[in-house]
Design a protein around this ligand. Structure first.
Ligand code: KG4
Ligand code: ZN
Length: 334
């Protein structure tokens, strides 16, 4: 089954064509992140305007790169939310229009289910369930216990900011460019992670939830205290801050594994899963269990291949439901 995926939830415009939920025929991503580097974050109206400019060229490139025609596409999967309303509308309208013109069924995909499905792309082996998924991006930080490709329950969530947001806001405080994850990670490479003792929230609570607002405030206070020396201390602050974010994420994964000892494998997905230090720390946290990550970095951040994969498994796991019924669902569940 060949699925055209479309993802426009924020500042990436992406179209991908994926066979049977795993084989990526193309994954075109036009990012406008550099446009927002100066403003320190995404300006929703500008992001929507960029989506309008980019959606048709990106769709044309996807069809051309895969060497297919719209008549070869079995279904279109599109991100239905959550995300920036103006940006989402561009992708959904493009998908609906293509579906109408070419008479192709449409599948609406929850953005988070897209991230959860990014680990199925181009993997050699099949997953073993149940699995535990740490899903960490700019918009959410969740822990999922999953029993199939599309089923599972959320066992932890952030009580305030998302982990990616903590990276982005922290970078802004340190004078590093947006997006903050990659820039903090780069600066941290030359810093000492034990130079500053930043707090790890909810350490004493038996919870799988996260919280990053206190940590962000600690960085703000450290930046104020060392305002005169900021340039010199930047990499130490970045390394210590990154360490505190990753330590909290790993602590909750370790706690979840004590609650669900039959978990077969652990996954990490979403933009923050691109972080090398997080991957290292997670692997030592879960010891002998397998850590499954998206195959390449573009599958960590927003991309349409993961949406196409999610669309495929939604259809496969619910074969009795007609494809068209998916898009009419207004449910915000996965
Ligand atoms: O999944 P994503 O592309 O978009 C959302 O759904 O939010 O994630 C973007 C987030 C940003 O906050 C960005 O700073 C973070 O992922 N990110 C990283 C890294 N690369 C991207 N965070 C930590 N380390 C990275 N290498
Ligand atoms: Zn995302």
């Amino acid at each position: 089954m060949i699925i055209l995926g479309i993802e426009t939830s924020c500042d990436e415009t992406s179209a991908a064509i994926v066979r049977d939920g795993t084989e990526v025929l193309c994954n075109i991503i036009a990012s406008t992140k550099e446009v927002f580097a100066q403003s320190g974050g995404v300006v929703p109206e500008d992001a929507a305007r960029r989506q309008v400019e980019l959606i048709l060229p990106v769709l044309h490139s996807a069809i051309a790169e895969a060497g297919l025609a719209y008549t070869d596409i079995d279904a279109i999967a599109v991100t239905k939310g959550p995300g920036l309303m103006g940006s989402l509308l561009v992708g959904v309208m493009a998908a609906r229009t293509l579906s109408f013109i070419h008479n192709i069924p449409l599948i609406g995909v929850h953005h988070t289910l897209g991230h959860l499905s990014s680990v199925w792309l181009e993997q050699e082996d099949s997953p073993e369930f149940p699995c535990l998924t740490l899903s960490v991006s700019g918009g959410h930080s969740d822990l999922w216990l999953r029993t199939s490709h599309t089923d599972g329950k959320r066992i932890g969530k952030t009580r305030d900011d998302a982990a990616g947001e903590a990276f982005d806001k922290g970078a802004a405080m340190l004078g590093l460019p947006y997006p903050g994850g990659p820039s903090i990670s780069k600066s941290a490479n030359s810093g000492d992670p034990s130079a500053f003792d930043f707090p790890i929230a909810l350490l004493k609570e038996p919870t799988c939830d996260f919280s990053f607002s206190g940590l962000k405030n600690s960085l703000r206070l450290a930046v104020l205290k060392h305002a005169g020396d900021l340039e010199k201390l930047q990499s130490n602050l970045a390394a210590s801050y990154q360490e505190a974010i990753c330590a909290q994420l790993c602590h909750r994964v370790a706690h979840a594994l004590t609650l669900y000892p039959d978990v077969k494998e652990v996954h990490v997905v979403g933009g923050v899963s691109a972080n090398t230090r997080l991957r290292e720390m997670l692997q030592s946290t879960i010891a002998a269990r397998a850590l499954r990550t998206p195959k390449t970095i573009p599958y960590c951040t927003d991309n349409a291949a993961m949406i196409a994969a999610a669309g495929y498994f939604l259809y496969k796991d619910n074969p009795k439901q007609s494809l068209d019924a998916f898009i009419t669902s207004t449910s915000t569940s996965l």
